[in-house]
Design a protein. Sequence first.
Length: 403
Amino acid sequence: MKKISFAHKQKVAFVASGGAIKAACFHIGVGLALEKKGLQFVGGTLKQAKKSSGTNGNGSNGSKKIPIQTYVGSSAGSIIASLLASGFSLTEIIQSFLEQEGARIPKVGYTDLFHLSRPNIRKYIKAFWPKKIGIGSGGLETFVKNHLSFGGIFTTVGIEKYLREKALPTNKFEELTADLFIVATQLDHPNKSIFCKFKNLKPRPEHHAVFDNSVSISHACAASTSLPPIYQPYPIGSGKELTYYYDGEIRETLSTHVAKDVGCDLVIASYTHQPYHYHPEIGSLADYGIANVMIQAIYQVIEQKIHSSRRLFQHKKMVLDTVNQFFKDNDLPDKKRAELCDILEEKLKFNKNVDYLFIHPLSQDYQFFLSDHFNLSENYMIKIVRSGFKAAIHQLKNYEFQS
């Protein structure tokens, strides 16, 4: 099979989805594979760029690799995207995983990930106090709604503090040379927020999104990683301007449209929501408890959303290809063909110049599915990095990124 070349691509984006520590490690493995295939993550601060003019971000100099300079992150992916956009290399991020001496990034700890807010007896008593929030028959659902009214067990305050005080060289989007977009979902409104450095970007109405350049990187990541019931919704602002946010993938699993809307012509999406595929060595998930059954159900829903989006893209492409071929086969005017295709692209909101690559765990990698989402042991994290690398190498085998 002839390989497809993307050496001509002008603007490449890396989109990283959520999935806790497991997803973060997987994204690093995918990144290593992308570098091996001829791409390069470019980032850093404007101040660093002035000091090292002539280098090409992330320690490169004179490389012919295709640069990745646009990053879109949700939940755990927002943290990896922020580190890459800040100029840290994949090796430096791995060194922080291993807590190696001299690592530029301090290792994140369980106390950073699972921050308990200060004890507030009144608050917790109030959380269990009966509330009348709807008409109910007195069943289990009504009991849960009226009595378990706390938003989550932990907060992402520790994640915000870790990024602000220990990891990031700057906490301002506008001080980065790369374009960084962090996605969070508004709890009390039917919108998602895309935090970035740009002031005048306007998303298409169908995405129900708003661009916001008023938030720091650490607060944006804390908002994007807040997933109840593990984490409480994260507040940003004060008074009447206070807005609560939670996980960035509630509305859309992959925000690939962000990269397309800002002019990227190659969008590489890394995600870990791969359902379990039956394997004789493991058998049925029915024998592995409710937690694995629930994860399988969630992953199947997410996978269906991703596949639906990909099928829609393919259908639009097929329509345009059919029109082009029809005009050619019937020797119809090329000018009219071009005019009709332009109209269809506008109506379908389709850009024929944009290509997408989706990288996910291999279906036969059942050990990946069964692995923990929150595990900071060195051996575990390296194992997940290897899973990401293998999956990416397998799924990129038919593509070339260098001429």
